[in-house]
Design a protein around this ligand. Structure first.
Ligand code: PMP
Length: 360
């Protein structure tokens, strides 16, 4: 008799629900922190030419050395630090967790945080501990330090700015966490392009610090390229877990080309920041909407009956993210990605209508 999945699959995997991606068919898509702008036509033509000539019959350069050189220049990677590439930064989280997952090892983060921290802890067979943020979504340093001394985490993940709340944590508190941590601390700067702060310059000072970035939010979510920046002694070990061809030929070629025009992406990020300011002001002026501070390309808001408002927006063709029910601190919270000014106007109109006239 052959086995059933419940007999063979690990119980903690059986009880997981898969990462949910909402279908967006033809809606105004403001749910996934994507950059709403495409690349200029001339650059898209160059990319078309490049991919037409790409050696797709060959495996990619396993070390992706040209791409790493471009990343070094474009992102000002500090001298002496190495780069590890992932198929999105999701994959890097997994590589790090797999590397440190000794029996009983703990991954510590805050709650609410990016859900993949917790999920990947489970994939890797690590224990997970989440320290609740304060009601205003700031870091609870005392609770963090207690949790560090109690759990002795092998790995701490903090997103800076945080997803889904959008705020930057206090950097003095992060430095105290770095001092107290017995293991690695990974600062996930996925939203760096929209914040005016980074901990990248701290790499030289803290031997247990690693820093993660991604090209996804900058405008290349479809390419899947994330990077980890850190000391060679850590990255040499982590490289052993990276599958040899995790970054494909097309991703390498296109990312190299686009990074030569990083100014275009940065210009788009600065337009998104300007649109964000307009959107925040409009939301603050709306009765019945609480707006939380953001340094990312999305805004967290709270309304009465977020579930109804979310459905109302959906009926009006606008897709955002409903966070109600995902954590007690996120009661009645919704997260909206900053889009083009047209998209933001459509969202604001649909939000106003959904608050005034809830659906039945
Ligand atoms: N970190 C954070 C904080 C995120 O919000 C996300 C995406 N939502 C990621 C990492 C993963 O990004 P990617 O895999 O596209 O690089």
């Amino acid at each position: 008799m052959s086995a059933t999945p419940d007999q063979i699959i690990r119980p903690e995997i059986l009880s997981l629900s898969a990462y949910h991606v909402q279908p967006a068919n033809r809606m105004v898509k403001l749910d996934a922190m994507e950059n709403p702008f495409n690349l200029p036509q001339s650059l898209r033509n160059e990319i078309a030419q490049l991919t037409a000539e790409a050696p797709l019959n060959r495996y990619p350069d396993a070390s992706a050395s040209h791409l790493k050189d471009r990343l070094r220049e474009a992102l000002d990677i500090p001298p002496g630090m190495d780069i590890l590439l992932g198929n999105g930064s999701d994959e890097i989280i997994q590589i790090i967790a797999l590397a440190v997952a000794k029996p009983g090892a703990v991954l510590l983060s805050v709650e609410p945080a990016f859900v993949m921290f917790r999920m990947i802890a489970t994939f890797a067979g690590m224990s997970y501990a989440g320290v609740p943020l304060k009601d205003d979504f700031t870091l609870d340093l005392d609770e963090m330090l207690d949790a560090i001394s109690q759990h002795q985490p092998a790995l701490i993940f903090l997103a800076y700015p945080n997803n889904p709340t959008g705020n930057l944590f206090d950097d003095a508190s992060i430095l105290q966490i770095l001092d107290a941590a017995p293991g690695l601390v990974v600062i996930d700067e996925a939203y760096h392009a929209f914040a005016d702060a980074s901990l990248i310059d701290r790499l030289a000072q803290y031997p247990n610090l690693l820093l993660m970035r991604t090209l996804s939010k900058l405008g290349l979510a479809g390419l899947r390229l994330g990077l980890l920046i850190g000391r060679p002694e850590w990255l040499t070990q982590l490289e052993k877990l990276r599958l040899p061809y995790n970054v494909g030929v097309a991703t390498q070629l296109i990312a190299e080309k686009v990074l030569q025009h990083i100014d275009i992406l940065l210009q788009q990020a600065s337009s998104i920041k300007a649109e964000r300011a307009v959107l925040v002001r409009a939301l603050q002026a709306m009765v019945g909407v609480e707006v939380f501070p953001t340094d990312a390309n999305f805004i967290l808001i709270r309304t009465a009956d977020a579930g109804q408002v979310f459905q109302g927006l959906k009926q009006r063709g606008v897709l955002i993210k409903n966070l109600d029910g995902s954590h007690p601190l996120l009661k009645n919270c919704l997260r909206v990605t900053v889009g083009t000014s047209d998209e933001n106007m459509q969202f604001l109109a649909a939000l106003q209508a959904s608050i005034k006239q809830p659906i039945n």
